[in-house]
Design a protein around this ligand. Structure first.
Ligand SMILES: Nc1ncnc2c1ncn2[C@@H]1O[C@H](COP(=O)(O)OP(=O)(O)O)[C@@H](O)[C@H]1O
Ligand SMILES: [Mg+2]
Length: 465
């Protein structure tokens, strides 16, 4: 018995606390009625100018226009965020039944907004906020910490191991890095690694692809602009990538595509470590490490007058030149292994293995798209392959022409005339292309065939490099 009383008290206390919460969140007060719709609690004095002592024990319908509190006290069903006309205004109200021991004992009503207009302006504010949040989301994304570290660079190639060492050491300093290499060789991966291993690892890592941004917009993307800097500019101005990267690392990808005028400004910024926003004149100091990536030969671009020599020297403090995958065939199996591992995680499927022939085909390919291409090929194969073993037919056609593989003929096959012809043709085409230094028109002339015929054969034999 005693225990029951204690529990009862506890529950009562809890419901009091619940009501207090309601009272706190109600904007304009609350009214409580008993099961007969008589008012037992009133704090609408401010809202309606009526005192509690004047309404206690009166029928709520006689006091509040259009009320439904007495109805909720009967039905026990709550009515949330309803519009109710009181004193000529559309108010937003909520009504909830009060239940004790499973029995309805009354109902409580609150006014959340004393005018629908108020709600509308709140909605507008929310929409504006949402808009702002949306705008900044993009920027914040770039603030994201780097995803990769040096441990994610898989290699057993001597030169690559050496490059990783250099990059690790460079990471400790503040030096500018120039990372060169064909597309898909892992330049970005190295840049992530450097940031992660540096003292700036807790700062932002901001990337901008110079080739992806129209020439006219690049300057304001990099350095931002002040309000009203040009027609169409945002009134409040815009912060640039250099400012976003302050205290961290900025990666200028495809720097070879940077227009000459921008190169001049970049050089000045690197020398003075400060800049002005477009249309502004306050100088902004920056503390950043710059990493530049390119798949073009910058030295050649300098010779051709497309890239400023002084900027090239400025960037070329520490140079990392990542070899293409075809020059480190020993990396193909371990890369494939690691990529299959992460693919199985990404696709949540059991890890697939490669059949011997598949491995051979992967090793024989020249990988113009480097590790990125390898990843794509394995991803495609993983989805095509229904069981756990990736066979050669799961590779794209250009990779599975086993008939024409250098030493891949069986004894009978190697005597087939078409294969003998193919072997000879392949050799001749290779030689002609080499001698013409990749000039296909010239190679076709040497071979005495039409250029389109040559292209067809190059594709057929997988000689496309
Ligand atoms: N050595 C490597 N080990 C593991 N993954 C690699 C390696 N090199 C490249 N990748 C992967 O290949 C893809 C392309 O790399 P990325 O750094 O974007 O190349 P790049 O910037 O040179 O075009 C990415 O998915 C990357 O994770
Ligand atoms: Mg890249």
């Amino acid at each position: 018995m005693k225990k029951n009383v204690a529990e009862e008290l506890k529950r009562l206390k809890e419901s009091m606390e619940m009501l207090e919460d309601l009272l706190d969140t109600a904007y304009y007060g609350m009214a409580i009625v008993d099961i007969d719709g008589k008012i037992v609690k009133w704090n609408y004095e401010k809202l309606m100018g009526i005192k509690e002592e004047d309404v206690l024990d009166k029928n709520v319908e006689d006091i509040i226009e259009n009320t439904r509190l007495h109805i909720v006290a009967k039905t026990g069903e709550k009515e949330l965020f309803e519009v109710q006309k009181i004193q000529g205004r559309d108010m937003i109200t909520s009504r909830v039944p009060i239940i004790q021991n499973g029995k309805i004992i009354g109902a409580a009503g609150t006014v959340l907004f004393k005018d629908v207009k108020e709600l509308k302006s709140l909605v507008q504010k929310l929409e504006m906020l949402e808009d702002t949040v949306h705008k900044y989301k993009g920027e914040i994304k770039r603030f994201h910490k780097t995803k990769y570290s040096f441990d994610n660079i898989i290699t057993q190639n001597k030169k690559m191991i050496y490059l990783k060492e250099i990059a690790k050491r460079a990471a400790e300093s503040n030096a500018t890095l120039l990372i060169q290499g064909e597309s898909g060789t892992g330049k970005e991966l190295f840049a992530h690694g450097v940031h992660r291993a540096s003292l700036r690892k807790h700062g932002p890592f901001v990337t901008i692809n110079c080739a992806a941004i129209p020439k006219e917009l690049l300057e304001s993307e990099l350095f931002g602009y002040d309000g009203g800097a040009f027609t169409g500019a945002r009134r409040e101005g815009k912060i640039g990538k250099f400012e976003l990267a302050n205290g961290g690392t900025i990666l200028l990808d495809e720097i070879g595509s940077m227009p000459m005028e921008m190169q001049a400004k970049l050089l000045r910024v690197l020398e003075t470590r400060e800049f002005e926003r477009v249309g502004g004149n306050t100088r902004i100091e920056i503390d950043i490490r710059l990493i530049a990536c390119t798949n073009e030969n910058l030295e050649k671009a300098v010779e051709e007058g497309k890239f400023r020599q002084d900027l090239y020297y400025r960037l070329n403090v520490i140079q990392i030149e990542i070899p293409p995958l075809r020059d480190r065939i020993e990396d193909i199996p371990i890369l494939a292994e690691s990529l299959l591992n992460s693919l199985s995680k990404d696709l949540s499927v059991p890890k697939k293995i490669l059949e011997f022939e598949t491995k051979e085909a992967l090793k024989n390919h020249v990988w113009p798209g480097n590790v990125r291409e390898l990843r794509n090929v394995l991803e495609r194969a993983s989805t095509l392959c229904k069981d756990d073993v990736i066979k050669i037919e799961h590779l794209p056609e250009y990779l599975n022409k086993k008939v024409f593989k250098e030493d891949g003929y069986s004894e009978e096959d190697s005597l087939l005339l078409k294969n003998i012809v193919a072997r000879v043709e392949k050799k001749a085409i290779k030689k002609a292309i080499e001698e013409s230094r990749g000039n296909k028109t010239l190679a076709a002339r040497t071979l005495g065939i039409h250029r389109t015929a040559l292209y067809k054969k190059i594709e057929l034999y997988g000689l496309d490099w």
